[in-house]
Design a protein around this ligand. Sequence first.
Ligand SMILES: NC(=O)c1ccc[n+]([C@@H]2O[C@H](COP(=O)([O-])OP(=O)(O)OC[C@H]3O[C@@H](n4cnc5c(N)ncnc54)[C@H](OP(=O)(O)O)[C@@H]3O)[C@@H](O)[C@H]2O)c1
Length: 383
Amino acid sequence: RLLAVERRTEGAASGLRGFFRSVAREYPDLTATLVEVAAGAGPEEVAAAVVTELAATDREPVVLTGGGTRRALRLTPTDLGALAATGAGPAGDGVAEAEAAGLDRDAVVLLVGGARGITARFARTIASVSRCRIELMGRTPVPAGAEDPVTAGAADRDALRAAFLRSGMTSPAEVERRVSAVLAAREVRDTVEGLRALGSQVRYHCVDVLDTEAVHATVKDIHAEHGRLDGVVYAAGVIEDKLIAEKPVESFRRVFTTKVGGARAVLDAVGALPTGPRFAVLFGSIAGALGNRGQSDYAAANDALEELGRRWSTPERRGLTVHWGPWAAAETNGGMVTPELMRSYAARGIKLIDPEEGPLSLLRELAWGAPEVHATVYTASGW
Ligand SMILES: NC(=O)c1ccc[n+]([C@@H]2O[C@H](COP(=O)([O-])OP(=O)(O)OC[C@H]3O[C@@H](n4cnc5c(N)ncnc54)[C@H](OP(=O)(O)O)[C@@H]3O)[C@@H](O)[C@H]2O)c1
């Protein structure tokens, strides 16, 4: 039996819910529960909650207690509201949704982690339906000018490996690192060119979100450049999946901080602007909402995002965490779901989000979703 008590402190963003949901999946023989009590609960109330929990037999990973009650958290299907079913409707192409979300040619959207992966696909969708101005942030350096002739003719990972070996490189680790760097830079270039071709003004900022000062400076620069910032999408994240028993603390910290520390820095930075964005979408994961074996760090991080978004929200602006189920890897912007992972999902009967449909569903949520909803799960099937 593993039992932890957490005080529900406003804005704590500990991610413990996601962590406990993953513990429960990773250790099926253990009953692991996070018992949440009110911030001001006295010792007797805490003791009573623990005693109640020890007698419980329902194996809930997270329970909320208070006022003599105990309840578990459940996902609730929610409609997007009447407007979503009329006008452009659920099958719409996103134009009406973009308009309803305040995205037009003049609007400025910052997408952190948006030059690659599934967020680049979302960027393409908003560019194609609104031609809004787009600011992208990511770590990948993109050298100016044409690609080095050593690699320019090598189309894929295998060809790049061969090119580096031919050039005299001998360390396999160094070859892999360089190959990944070339592919990443190509992906960023493709995204920027693709967005421009769709009619958007685009800038890419090579910034590591762990560098809080650089994040603040970049956000300021974006606002100074355009005089406005209408929306933010925070999607930076890394995965280093490992069972808890084998997970180095450093690795846990990297995965957690990239999401939580980075999102906090960005939200603080945009919160300090004279005219800040109306929405901030944080890309979470179904692993945070339901837990996942081997992803305790990632689940904790995605869960913590919810609290950051909720705390950032006011009646004038919506912080929304979207916990995505796995997306199908498209030919470009494949993201974290590798072909190998796709096969493993298929074997488990898990369906994948269509890369065309995913961005449209987020646009619909921004357009028609209830402003008081701060966390949603979008998935193509169960987990
Ligand atoms: N793909 C899915 O099925 C799926 C499902 C659920 C949730 N998500 C979430 O969606 C988001 C995007 O995932 P993805 O699948 O598209 O993976 P991805 O291709 O690996 O994208 C991750 C993005 O984060 C950026 N990034 C990582 N660390 C950073 C840092 N320290 N500073 C700045 N940027 C950083 C990466 O750019 P650089 O490498 O250039 O820094 C990249 O643009 C993630 O938050 C992920 O948790 C994805």
